[in-house]
Design a protein. Structure first.
Lengths: 450, 978
């Protein structure tokens, strides 16, 4: 499943995120990009718009952050200090530390359509009167590294980046920073610390990043896909963007499906497309012999949605109805032949490993929860264990932790305890997991060993 | 906390558990709750280090009203919540209570539960908080994570399995103290605090890790070798003897030994931290070299009682001694027999019981002998800058003001004298270390602070970290928000400028540094003064580079309104001190205009020793004058107060004194060349065994209290001198029964000391008829400590000198006044983290009770005359200007009795820069010979690249190098191999 044209029945047949992509899978060159209408938004802004007008357009479009939190992009930009009194330099930072398990939408976009990101960041820089852009990319995205380096070189050569962008007098350049990357760098302030070569611990707010972000200067941090939405909005206007979606949230988005489906992969679709359509039409439905049991909708840090509720439209507000979140919009499917306890354990081990070690509940609690889940999965569970797991869900709630890593980690655990209580009980009662042969792949050591 | 703009804090009403309280706006709610007396547990918050919100231990329920007017609440961290009008929180909320216990359970998942063998036990904040939250049963059944520990050197232990990951250590060591060899490694539940590999911690402030760590990860290594639980330690408030800053300390003693030194909160000086020399440099108190019993030299005994061969009569008898007079009141044969018996009795046991009685008897005999020597003879007295003010004054009373001399080196004497002149200048106000916090720019002139006044180094680093900042103000980041300010400060331009003769460690945090010879430093100071205040005289002959630097620095120093100059005595140049003062006055005038009424420190001047200023204020002559008086035969007996003359006078002069056989009465704590030959040796108490007063570098009189009673024949020096005065029929001394009486007499005679007696409550102070107990209620030594010597239970040692008692009976810390607080302890708060219980203002800046009394304020002196500019320094062939190199470990004598300090002191050397080394053709391993008119010495050459060509560095005070008076020009040659 790669990008495909929008289907009939959608409000508009347009794919602004993938339009410029080449069919051969190589990164779109600057010529490919310009041929598909690229840098038109930038030209429009430079030639006829004042910076706050760009921010207003983004605000009016209703664009919400595509990193998972869904905060209004325009509102974030509007808190940047403008004018003669504003401190400089100001920074535009793109968070490309895509590490949410099951998510690969940013990689897809970065590898295939790098100029769209540059144009989006240029527009953000123009709108906020910023001086410099940084792309923070995890080291493992080596194909994307090459694509972006090449794109930056092309853009500099053609005058899209540099001391005087397109002769307009607006100076803006972009640096690529390839980081070792950690899951915690998905948290914007931790990523800024990493960019400053400090430990990647999240920062306390206040100060907000638009007040004191990178190097303590005003900074906008957005996700790759968020910046990529901006050029279309500026080129065609906010109403065009709003008209793209099924629901009223506006625009398109890259959705993905992983799991036992016919065609796993990702696709650009309007916001609000029903989850069922994504799975059954675009991903080709479940493989024969497998039935869908639940969906982890937007990376591991979102609650499971039971198979019975997959008619929900994929949108920031609509997912509340099924007690989950859109997150990154990349679905991981739990089928009927995979152990839900095992899947939760797998996620918890990931989160425990990725805790930055700053605050107590996350640092100690996640590894305790992972150890308990491992006990349950491998037949060492005790009757009170699910109670302790539920307690973990309580003490790692969002008001109790420093950042959202542990609260996010608790979403699959909480929903697993809620949706699959029988599986947990059976594991404890039967002394292990019925989905795997007992003892065959149990770790030799009791407890956590990573 | 005083807000950045110096406005008085605004009070707001906050609501805690339903009751209204007044709080300073903008303080964090943990601080507020603790100050109000609530027991709210915490780990990562620290009164000086601030809040980071990491440990999640101070969770409360916080209420607010949302935009639609609905009441909302959630669990929030009090330490990250700002006090505003109407801030409402519940500490005793059911969920918050449960959550706080849960956090302890989490921190204890991998904790080794080794309290019985942990040095922290009994004063462990983690223990206290565990008990406070009620957590008791650990449900985790997984494998505990374990760490490999490191050897961090002679001072600090490392047992990381006990770590609860509060980040206090790295925040102190790296963010505040500027250390670079320690940090945080790893992540998740494997966060590791330590060095990249085992090795001695490089920071001069590493010992503070012991106190900031809330559990037993970092502990006091020397203390662990002769360990006692806190409840078994006898403690007292004291002052550090290792430099002139007057940092306040808490001493702990057991079994007649001083066991450890900790920082004692003091808003005016050191806040709560100490340097490692101050913390660990106390071993001299317990050293085998201590003088324990009084002695009478062989020369005072009739020859027939001598055990060894009789001393030869001086061959060439000199005028004054041509006819040795019979010594009146010399011990009789009977006396000699008694003395021999007493020695025999005292020697084997060495302490306690009968031996102590004998030692006391020996003391009486020695007093008789000394009184006999003094009676009717012209005596000179040599005071000491490390003895108490009381002792120095008593000595002055004994010999008379005109025969009282200051036992300081002539360099120190001249420079401390200049400090007093400067203090009397009405334009200037001397500041303490803590006064750095009131500055907006600091210029260090000629001082290597890390090595001469270490806590000033730390204070300047802390000030750079905490000073108000534009980014913080724009973003409303409070000073307690360590998570916010730390990373902002990393990017801040410094506000520190340093000009010295050689590179200093503090350079790394300076905006700009300058290297110059001493005379050129004077020129720089004067040129800066002229640049900021046209009325100050100009300096002729400035080069273009110099003029540009002067313009740049002057602009930086006058950019704000509160520049501060830091200088001191270590450079050896009184002209530099005066020039610094001229600059400080000019800066102050430029910042404030003509009228100077404000009580802001303008100048911080370091002095070398704890009572340098007090001794200098007593008047009298210099040490060299004293030695000259003896040489001229103007004195028939010399009384030396606890002092090592070899460190303070050219060897030539000391040799001369010892050769002359003028009887010496030595009041000494430690054996040295003088005690070996003195006629009478009186064992003097160290600072840990007596109550006394020192006047610090800023003229602050502070009282220190004995932590243990003097054992054997040891007595406080002033008491020995009082006994001599009484024996000599001096009426006034009869009334001297406590240090307060001595100080009263001093204040009466010398008005400059007025108020010194009020530095602490008098010995007669009582509350409800009780003294303050030095021992905790749970002290277990009452019947046990002396059981090895006697089956009888000894009564508590008497202490007439202070309002403290060597007993567990008396007032405990919650009931004792601040000046007499013997330790930080409160029910439920056994560690040092319970300071807030005493109502201390704990934030890094801001008001609290003063420590001691400042004596030099309002001294009616006159404005110092302008300092003439010296000629520009020019290197001379074959001759070098000597500059002093101080070492935190090595330059101070007493601390060198501590093994961990001795091993870190450098070997003697003479330093040159590359150019001079080349000219003299010396390489590594070569010996240099240094020639002065009255002496010469040799030491290995060492490269000191930062020196200015034409100057040579000589380390101060290192064993093996003689005393050299500065400033000096010396001839240097390469020494031929021996």
């Amino acid at each position: 499943m790669t990008s495909r044209p929008g289907l009939p029945g959608y409000p508009a047949d347009d794919r602004p995120l993938t339009r410029a992509m080449r069919a051969d899978g190589l990164p779109a060159t600057i010529d490919d990009y310009i041929a598909a209408g690229g840098y038109e938004g930038l030209r429009r802004a430079l030639e006829g718009l004042r910076p706050p007008e760009v921010t207003t357009m983004v605000t009016e479009s209703g664009l919400r952050g595509r990193g998972g939190a869904g905060y209004s992009t325009g509102r974030k930009w509007s808190t940047m200090p403008l004018g003669a009194d504003a401190p400089h330099p100001k920074y535009i930072v793109c968070n490309g530390d895509e590490m949410e398990p099951g998510s690969f939408k940013d990689r897809f976009l970065l590898e295939r359509n790098p100029h769209l990101l540059l144009e989006g960041m240029l527009l953000a820089g123009f709108a906020t009167e910023s001086d410099e852009g940084y792309i923070f990319l995890r080291q493992q995205y080596d194909t994307a590294v090459v694509a972006i380096e090449h794109a930056i070189a092309e853009a500099r050569e053609r005058g899209y980046l540099g001391k005087d962008v397109l002769g307009s007098g607006f100076p803006f350049d972009i640096e690529l920073h390839v980081s070792i990357g950690r899951y915690i760098c998905g948290e914007a302030s931790a990523m800024l610390n990493a960019l400053e070569s400090q430990r990647a611990n999240p920062r306390a707010r206040p100060p907000h990043m638009t007040g004191a972000g990178l190097f303590s200067r005003p900074t906008v941090v957005n996700n790759v896909e968020t910046y990529m939405a901006v050029p279309g909005i500026v080129r065609h206007g906010p109403d065009w963007w709003k008209g793209l979606s099924v629901t009223d949230e506006g625009g398109t988005k890259i959705f993905g499906v992983a799991g036992r489906v016919a065609r796993p992969g990702c696709v650009e679709l309007p916001m609000g497309v029903p989850m069922r359509e994504l799975i059954e039409v675009h991903a080709g439905g479940m493989l024969s012999g497998f039935a869908l049991r639940a969906v982890s909708p937007g990376g591991a840090s979102t609650s499971f949605v039971p198979a019975a509720q997959i008619d929900v439209p994929l949108g920031f507000s609509t997912m509340d109805e099924v007690k989950s979140r859109l997150g990154t919009g990349t679905l991981v499917l739990l089928d009927d032949q995979t152990c839900p306890v095992g899947m939760t354990l797998n996620m918890m081990q990931f989160f425990a490993q990725e805790s930055c070690g700053w605050c107590t509940p996350c640092r100690e609690g996640l590894q305790w929860m992972a150890a308990l889940l491992e006990d349950i999965e491998y037949g060492r569970g005790e009757p009170g264990d699910t109670g302790v797991l539920a307690e973990g869900v309580w003490f790692m709630d969002s008001d109790k932790c420093f950042c959202d890593l542990a609260p996010g980690a608790m979403q699959p655990l909480e929903s697993a305890l809620r949706l699959f209580p029988d599986d947990f009980a059976r594991h404890v009662a039967e002394g292990g997991c019925r989905y795997r042969r007992h003892g065959s792949d149990a770790p030799a050591l009791r407890g956590t060993t990573w | 906390m005083v807000s950045g703009n110096g406005q008085p804090p605004k009070l707001v009403t906050v609501i805690i558990d339903g009751a209204e309280y007044q709080a300073e706006e903008g303080r964090n709610m943990l601080d507020v709750a603790l100050a109000l007396g609530f027991d709210l547990p915490f780990f990562c918050w620290h009164p000086v280090l601030g809040s980071i919100g990491a440990c999640r231990q101070c969770a409360v329920r916080l209420y607010w009203t949302d935009r639609e007017g609905r009441e909302k609440s959630e669990i929030a961290m009090a330490c990250m919540t700002e006090a505003q009008e109407g801030t409402r929180m519940d500490i005793f909320d059911e969920e918050a209570i449960r959550f706080r216990a849960e956090m302890i359970e989490l921190m204890m998942l991998s904790h080794p539960h080794d309290c019985p063998v942990c040095d922290e036990g009994g004063e462990c904040h983690l223990q206290d908080m565990t008990v406070m939250t009620g957590h008791s049963y650990r449900r985790y059944r997984g494998r505990k994570r374990t760490f490999e520990n490191q050897d961090l050197g002679p001072f600090v232990t490392h047992e990381l399995n006990r770590c609860i990951t509060c980040y206090r250590c790295t925040r102190f060591y790296n963010d505040y103290a500027g250390g670079r060899d320690f940090g945080v490694f790893g992540l998740r539940n494997q966060v590791y605090f330590g060095r990249a590999e085992s090795g001695t911690l490089e920071s001069e402030f590493s010992g503070n890790l012991i106190e900031v760590c809330p559990t037993g990860v970092f502990d006091d290594k020397p203390f662990s070798r002769r360990y006692s639980r806190k409840w078994d330690l006898q403690t007292s408030p004291s002052v550090c003897p290792d430099c002139g800053l007057g940092c306040t300390t808490t001493l702990s003693a057991r079994y007649g030994e001083l066991r450890r030194v900790q920082g004692r909160f003091n808003r005016d000086v050191n806040k709560m931290f100490l340097c490692d020399r101050g913390r660990f440099g106390f071993e001299f108190v317990n050293a085998p070299e201590r003088v324990r019993t009084a002695r009478i030299g062989p020369g005072l005994l009739p020859p027939q009682t001598m055990m060894g061969p009789a001393i030869e009569e001086p061959a060439g008898a000199e005028a004054a001694q041509a006819e040795p007079q019979p010594i009146a009141d010399a011990p009789t044969e009977e006396g000699a027999r008694l003395q021999a018996e007493a020695h025999a009795a005292a020697a084997p046991e060495g302490q306690g019981g009968q031996a102590a009685g004998t030692a006391a008897l020996l003391g009486e005999l020695a007093l008789d002998a000394a009184a006999g020597l003094l009676r009717g003879r012209r005596a000179v007295g040599i005071g000491s800058p490390r003895a108490s003010l009381e002792a120095n004054y008593a000595l002055r009373a004994l010999v008379g003001p005109s025969r009282f001399f200051r036992g300081m080196s002539d360099t120190d004497d001249r420079l401390v004298g200049a400090v007093l002149e400067i203090a009397a200048d009405p334009r200037l106000r001397l500041g303490s270390a803590a006064d750095v916090h009131g500055a907006d720019a600091v210029l260090v002139l000629g001082e290597d602070l890390t090595n001469t006044a270490p806590m000033l180094d730390l204070t300047i680093r802390t000030w750079l970290h905490l000073r108000p900042n534009e980014v913080e103000e724009r973003n409303h980041i409070r000073r307690w928000n360590d998570a916010g300010i730390t990373r902002i400060k990393r990017r801040e331009p410094s506000a520190l400028w340093i000009a010295t003769t050689h590179a200093t460690k503090l350079d790394e945090v300076a905006a700009e540094t300058q290297r110059a010879a001493p005379d050129d430093l004077v020129r720089l100071a004067l040129a800066l003064a002229h640049e900021v205040d046209a009325e100050a005289p100009a300096v002729p002959g400035l080069g273009d580079d110099e003029a540009e630097l002067v313009r740049r620095w002057a602009a930086a120093l006058t950019a704000g309104s509160a520049p501060l100059v830091v200088a001191g005595c270590s450079s050896g140049s009184a002209e530099l001190l005066r020039a610094s003062a001229q600059l400080a006055a000019a800066l102050h005038r430029a910042a404030r205009g003509e009228s100077v009424t404000e009580e802001r420190a303008t100048l911080v001047l370091t002095v070398p020793e704890p009572d340098s200023v007090g001794l200098r204020m007593l008047g009298g002559g210099t040490l060299v004058q004293a030695l000259a008086a003896v040489a001229r035969g103007e004195s028939e007996v010399v009384v030396v107060l606890d002092d090592d003359l070899d460190r303070r006078a050219p060897a030539l002069l000391v040799d001369d004194l010892l050769r002359r056989e003028v009887p010496v009465v030595a009041l000494a704590a430690l054996e040295d060349r003088l005690t070996a030959t003195a006629a009478v040796v009186l064992p003097a108490a160290t600072f840990a065994e007596e109550t006394g007063t020192w006047v610090s570098h800023e003229g602050r009189a502070q009282r220190y209290f004995a932590a243990l009673p003097p054992a054997d024949g040891v007595r406080p020096s002033w008491r020995w001198l009082r006994e001599l005065l009484v024996r000599l029929g001096r009426r006034e001394a009869r009334g001297w029964t406590t240090p307060d009486d001595v100080l009263a007499a001093l204040e009466m005679e010398l008005p400059a000391f007025r108020g010194a007696g009020a530095a602490a409550p008098a010995a007669s102070w009582r509350r409800d008829g009780r003294k303050v107990a030095r021992q905790p209620l749970r002290w277990s030594g009452r019947t046990a400590v002396d059981a090895g010597r006697t089956v009888f239970e000894p009564g508590p040692a008497p202490d007439a000198d202070s309002a403290l008692a060597f007993s567990l009976e008396g007032l405990q810390p919650p009931a004792s006044p601040d000046e007499l607080r013997v330790r930080t302890w409160w029910p439920g708060w056994n560690s040092g983290n319970g300071l807030h219980k005493f109502g201390e203002e704990l934030t890094a800046v801001g008001p609290a009770r003063p420590s001691g009394v400042r004596l030099l304020d309002g001294a009616a002196g006159h404005e110092l005359p302008p300092v003439p500019a010296p000629a520009r320094f020019a290197a001379r062939d074959g001759e070098a200007v000597l500059v002093a190199l101080h070492h935190i470990y090595g330059s101070e004598q007493l601390s060198m009795y501590t093994p961990g300090i001795r091993e870190r002191a450098p070997a003697p050397f003479i330093g040159l820069n590359e150019e001079d080394a080349e000219r003299l053709a010396v390489r590594d391993g070569d010996l240099l010979e240094l020639w002065l008119p009255w002496m010469d010495t040799r030491a290995p050459f060492a490269l000191v690249p930062s020196l200015v060509t034409g100057t040579a560095a000589v380390p101060v005070g290192l064993p093996g190098l003689p005393y050299i008076s500065l400033p000096a020009r010396a001839r240097l040659t390469r020494a031929e191999e021996q």
